[in-house]
Design a protein around this ligand. Structure first.
Ligand code: ATP
Ligand code: MG
Length: 351
């Protein structure tokens, strides 16, 4: 197959055995700002006047044509173009036979914006995580230090209250760390889905009962389970996490009746594949139109009652790891409506 240099997403510069540029593709033009016709035929060091971060001329320093004949290039480096413009540069010195003369120098160039962007988002993530961990830990530290220093001066009730706060804060930290581990698995594509036969209707009923047992009035929940649900194969623990999050959000951020509908649906990935849709809606204030695109991003929280804002990010990651989709819109009664669709995911032997 015939690949044209201009089709490559990265910059490509090739110099011949005499050190003259014979190829300078479109991406190289874009990254260097140097015109195609200026570059072609000129010496490599003139067409691509790179410097290292200490301001030394790169081609003089590395001397691809003159240096030791065992070298075959250099791995990706961060180098500078005139004007201090950063590029990631890798090179191969092509020799016809081992230790023979260099016949071609092939250089690839990449912009640094994408890497910068991920670096920045990592830095932001770390800052947020540090902040989220600090507030419960500050309280744990404060109460334990106080108790240790003045144990005799507090009544049993006061001590109990402080220990309860410490206990709750320790739980918060543990939960946050569990969520962060989920996030790192989601982000790196390592979230494992262990599929089993799953009775999602029973799972929904179990979650509703849990909320009622924890003190919510039974009228607050309206589970509606349709007939004819397909057999579903999914990871029970992970789907529990999804249901727990959506129901908790509806109870905590929403108001009124929480309706949970489970029904057969069309699969989002393959025509003809069966799927199950679960819709959780409430009658609260809902999510403002302009924020809907942001609810599934990490650390986004809308209201004062917000937690860490990781819940929906994890929910989306889990649903997508199952090959499903999740969407949000407004319920007829005005509140938020979340709907996720899971393809049946039957193991190949049964399909
Ligand atoms: N049913 C709902 N009604 C109104 N707002 C909601 C609803 N569900 C979620 N939200 C808004 O979306 C935000 C993000 O939800 P998410 O579950 O990701 O985080 P959280 O509930 O704040 O914290 P966490 O789930 O990590 O404890 C919430 O802070 C809330 O403002
Ligand atoms: Mg939540």
């Amino acid at each position: 197959m015939d690949v044209r240099p201009d089709d490559l997403p990265d910059g490509l510069v090739i110099a011949n055995g005499a050190g003259r540029v014979v190829c300078f593709n479109t991406a190289a033009v874009r990254l260097t700002g140097r015109q195609h016709h200026e570059a072609l035929g000129s010496p490599l060091q003139a067409a691509l006047p790179l410097e290292d971060l200490d301001g030394r001329r790169w081609w003089q320093l590395t001397d691809p044509y003159g240096g030791p004949a065992i070298r075959n290039g250099h791995p990706e480096r961060n180098l500078l173009l005139p004007g201090g413009h950063e590029v990631l540069v890798a090179a191969r010195y092509v020799r016809q036979r081992p230790r023979g003369p260099v016949e071609r120098v092939v250089v690839t160039l990449r912009g640094t914006e994408a890497r910068r962007r991920t670096e920045r988002s990592h830095a932001e993530l770390i800052a947020t995580v540090a902040h989220e961990l600090r507030s419960p830990l500050t309280s744990v530290k404060g109460f334990t230090a106080t108790l240790l220093a003045k144990w005799e001066r507090f009544t049993d009730d006061q001590k109990r209250l402080m220990l309860e706060t410490v206990d709750a804060d320790a739980n918060r930290v543990t939960r946050l760390i569990a969520e962060l581990l989920d996030i790192s698995r989601i982000d790196s594509g390592r979230l494992e889905v262990r599929r089993q036969r799953l009775d999602i209707a029973a799972a929904v009923r179990r979650h509703v009962e849990g909320h009622i047992a924890a003190g919510q009035p039974a009228e607050r929940f309206a589970p509606r389970i349709a007939d004819g649900l397909p057999d579903l194969w999914a990871d029970p623990d992970k789907i529990d996490q999804v249901l727990a999050n959506l129901l908790e959000n509806a109870v905590r951020h929403g108001e009124g009746t929480v309706t949970i509908e489970v029904e057969p649906a069309a699969s989002p990935r393959e025509p003809g594949e069966k799927a199950t849709a679960v819709t959780v809606s409430d009658e609260g204030p809902g999510i403002p139109e302009e924020s809907m695109s942001r609810v599934f991003t990490r650390f986004w929280r809308g209201s004062r009652r917000g937690g860490t804002g990781l819940g929906l990010y994890i929910v989306k990651g889990i649903v997508e790891a199952h090959g499903g989709v999740i969407t949000v819109d407004r319920a007829p009664a005005g509140g938020a409506r979340f709907r996720f669709i899971l393809p049946v995911g039957a193991p190949a032997v049964l399909a």
